[in-house]
Design a protein around this ligand. Structure first.
Ligand SMILES: Nc1nc2c(ncn2[C@@H]2O[C@H](COP(=O)(O)OP(=O)(O)OP(=O)(O)O)[C@@H](O)[C@H]2O)c(=O)[nH]1
Ligand SMILES: [Mg+2]
Length: 222
């Protein structure tokens, strides 16, 4: 991107951290959002992976979302606090067919609250029920989800990384909320359309196991 283009539409960067138990679909959500792909095969995330995508919000606002995809096994580990620190948004992800993954969000949320106490700015926290393509075997009732949102003032999302249902919308709403931008109905509907050109040309092999995102990859965003 040339300097003059940058001046016309400066990029905002947001750090979003995706948390939740193993196999809830965090990596699948991140890859669906950033690369428009989905893999049936489970490959456990060890530590941390990064994904990037630039989106356009109303007012010609370019926003680059840095998605920090945290492995489910990091709960109780030393690095988790560091991954969460400085996040503007947190996605608490559970699998709607796995009640335990919902119950365990309490532990994940407690870590978020502990880290947030130590920082000046509070992140926006979103509750994300994934795998809604498996509605017929849902075990976590929607009202349980809504209660958790209301009690903790969380934004509420239901998505399917497999079909892509509401995935872009979820990230778009979170980014807009963080930046205090209101999306109208037309914009929300339009966001359901996937614009391939928006997808960041980013390595399929994520750069992993470092706390700071690699700057060179960030610069790859066009
Ligand atoms: N049916 C269905 N399967 C999904 C969906 N999202 C993910 N999966 C599957 O669930 C399994 C786990 O997905 P991952 O994205 O690897 O889970 P994760 O939360 O990143 O797991 P960890 O890296 O261990 O923390 C994979 O086999 C995915 O294909 C979904 O929306 N629907
Ligand atoms: Mg993963």
């Amino acid at each position: 991107m040339s300097d003059s283009e940058e001046e016309e539409s400066p990029d905002h960067q947001l750090k979003l951290v995706v948390l939740g138990d193993g196999t809830t679909g965090k990596t699948s959500l991140a890859t669906r959002f950033a690369q428009e792909t989905f893999g049936k095969q489970y490959k456990q995330t060890i530590g941390l992976d990064f994904f990037l995508r630039r989106i356009l919000l109303p007012g010609n606002l370019n926003v680059t979302l840095q998605v920090w995809d945290v492995g489910g096994q990091t709960i109780g580990g030393k690095m988790l606090d560091k991954y969460i620190y400085g996040a503007q948004g947190i996605l608490l992800v559970y699998d709607i067919t796995n009640g335990q993954s919902f119950e365990n969000l309490e532990d994940w949320y407690n870590v978020v609250k502990k880290v947030s106490e130590e920082s000046e700015r509070q992140p926006l926290v979103a509750l994300v029920g994934n795998k809604i393509d498996l509605e017929h075997i849902r075990t976590v009732k929607a009202d349980k989800h809504q209660r958790f949102c209301q009690e903790n003032n969380l934004s509420s999302h239901f998505v399917s990384a497999k079909t892509g249902d509401s995935v872009f919308l979820c990230f778009q709403r979170i980014a807009a909320d963080i930046l205090g931008i209101k999306l109208n109905k037309a914009e929300l509907e339009q966001s359901q359309r996937v614009v391939k050109a928006d997808i960041v040309n980013y390595s399929q092999e994520p750069v992993t196991r470092t706390v700071n995102p690699p700057r060179s990859s960030m610069c790859a965003v066009q």
